[in-house]
Design a binder for this molecule. Structure first.
Ligand code: 5GP
Ligand code: MG
Length: 175
């Protein structure tokens, strides 16, 4: 496994995100909606650096099986009421952008006052949608990454750094 971003670098990136969000909203109340499961560590670190009155909710999506994309499902049962609120959607990574695009569409239909998104990572050159999140901590190359919340088959989320998963790390897929 190759380390792409160490703990110190991740912390500096989260600090940058927090500063931009604090500057954008000032003391206006904000609603954060984290996309589970990948954003839970970013969310925990980020919200403790935000200074405005804050409400925190989650929405769950899943789209990957291993490193292959499966069908996207969205579970919004645990999301807060966002009507009339300023909302920032938080996710771990913006890859094709399809996940956040679908979640954003769902959320817009609930009538927020404003809606922006923040991600830890943006994979360069992979986007299939015509927008990018307003707040991005790092641009990274097109490699499959794990750690700091991101998984491979539900493992590795607890790594305190971000690493590239290399072929030697993958389970034997011969059949
Ligand atoms: P998108 O819809 O933007 O293509 O993909 C977004 C979701 O796919 C992310 O929230 C994340 O769960 C997953 N994903 C995309 N790239 C990676 C990656 O390199 N590593 C991991 N662990 N998940 C990824
Ligand atoms: Mg995700």
């Amino acid at each position: 496994m190759k380390i792409l971003l160490n703990q110190e670098e991740l912390d500096a990136g989260v600090e940058r995100l927090a500063r931009e969000i604090n500057e954008t909203y000032g003391n206006r109340p904000l609603t954060i909606v984290g996309v589970l499961t990948g954003s839970f560590i970013l969310m925990a670190d980020l919200i403790r650096k935000l200074e405005m009155p804050l409400r925190v909710g989650v929405v769950q999506t899943s789209s990957y099986e291993g490193t292959e994309r499966g069908a996207l499902s969205i579970n919004s049962e645990m999301m807060l009421d966002i009507a009339g609120r300023d909302v920032v959607l938080i996710d771990d990574i913006f890859d094709t952008g399809n996940t956040l695009q679908e979640v954003t569409q769902l959320m817009k239909s609930l009538g927020p006052n404003s809606l922006k998104s923040a991600v830890l990572l943006l994979k360069t050159g992979r986007q299939e949608v015509d927008w990018v999140p307003e707040f991005v901590a790092f641009d990274i190359p097109d490699e499959f990454v794990v750690g700091y919340g991101l998984d491979f088959n539900d493992e590795y989320r607890n790594l305190p750094f971000l690493a590239c998963l290399e072929p030697a790390d993958l389970p034997d897929t011969e059949s």
